[in-house]
Design a protein around this ligand. Structure first.
Ligand SMILES: C[S@@+](CC[C@H](N)C(=O)[O-])C[C@H]1O[C@@H](n2cnc3c(N)ncnc32)[C@H](O)[C@@H]1O
Length: 265
């Protein structure tokens, strides 16, 4: 199936694997704690949209047990191959912007860092809401990519280099239809769908050069690097920025993960 989704990052090569690695190791503990607090329990029917490499779907499968079920979807499901071994997981190639879901079916629908990328996020959101059973819960984990302050840098020039590079990467995503501040906009969007009990919480930490989380910037810069030089950045700037991200004297705030949830009436 052709990829019509607007997703600007690579989701097929080893680089996608590295991205999933960073996302899972950094954000899974936050996602799992929130989902546990929201009451994911044995017997529930769950949908994980844009499941990536499947860590959240695997956690849900464990949590809901043999009487529950998990449907894990992605437009590129090649990273989800081992999930069906869990017995209660089904993996489906599915484009959330274009293809229907069973309506009124799920107790819990979760997506992390999917709608941010998609120009047709409203249609996707409406489809997810319709797929909830009455009383079922939608939980979105999204970034506000507009708040990534540099916390320390070896020089003012290096801080400025990071900021220019980050703006350029965000420019690539925005031109592909992403809403890079969607984490902030999700709360209002969930309320507008008519969901009840809409709430939200935000998590962030400092990312030091060379640490686990900051690798996300390196993966992203390498991924869209060919499109950045049009923004006045040279190949040398790219290389200097990649080295800066390995320098322990550099630190930047992580992307804040904003979790927003609500219940179908
Ligand atoms: C940034 S990754 C996040 C992966 C995973 N949710 C995580 O947080 O670890 C975004 C995922 O959304 C998937 N995706 C992009 N467009 C999609 C669409 N239209 N429908 C379903 N999945 C999509 C990508 O293939 C990718 O796996």
């Amino acid at each position: 199936m052709p990829d019509t989704s607007g997703y600007a990052f690579d989701n097929t090569s080893e680089r996608a694997g590295s991205r999933y690695d960073v996302l899972e190791s950094t954000y899974d503990p936050v996602t799992f704690a929130r989902l546990a607090e929201l009451g994911v329990a044995p017997g529930m029917r769950c949908l994980e949209v844009g499941a990536g490499a499947g860590s959240v779907a695997a956690w849900l499968a464990e949590r809901v047990g043999p009487d529950g079920s998990v449907l894990a979807t992605d437009i590129e499901p090649r990273w989800l191959g081992e999930l069906p071994a869990a017995g209660n997981v089904r993996v489906v190639r599915h484009d959330i912007t274009q293809e229907d879901l069973p309506e009124g079916r799920f107790d819990l629908i979760h997506a992390r860092l999917v709608l941010l990328h998609l120009p047709e996020r409203q249609a996707a959101l409406d489809r997810m809401v319709r797929a909830l059973r009455p009383g079922g819960r939608l939980v979105l984990d999204e970034f506000d990519c507009g708040w990534v302050p540099v916390l320390s840098a070896p020089s003012p020039e290096s801080a400025e280099l990071f900021e220019r590079m980050h703006d350029a990467v965000m420019g690539v995503l925005t031109r592909a239809g992403a809403d890079i501040r969607w984490g902030l906009h999700a709360y209002g969007a969930l309320r507008a769908t008519g969901l009840a009990e809409v709430a939200s919480a935000t998590w962030a930490e400092a990312w030091v050069g060379g640490s686990r989380g900051i690798r996300l910037h390196q993966v992203n810069i390498r991924d869209v690097g060919g499109q950045l030089t049009g923004d006045g950045l040279t190949d040398d700037d790219l290389e200097r920025c990649l080295r800066l991200l390995d320098d322990p004297s550099f630190a930047v705030n992580s992307y804040p993960l904003i979790t927003t949830w609500g219940r179908r009436r």
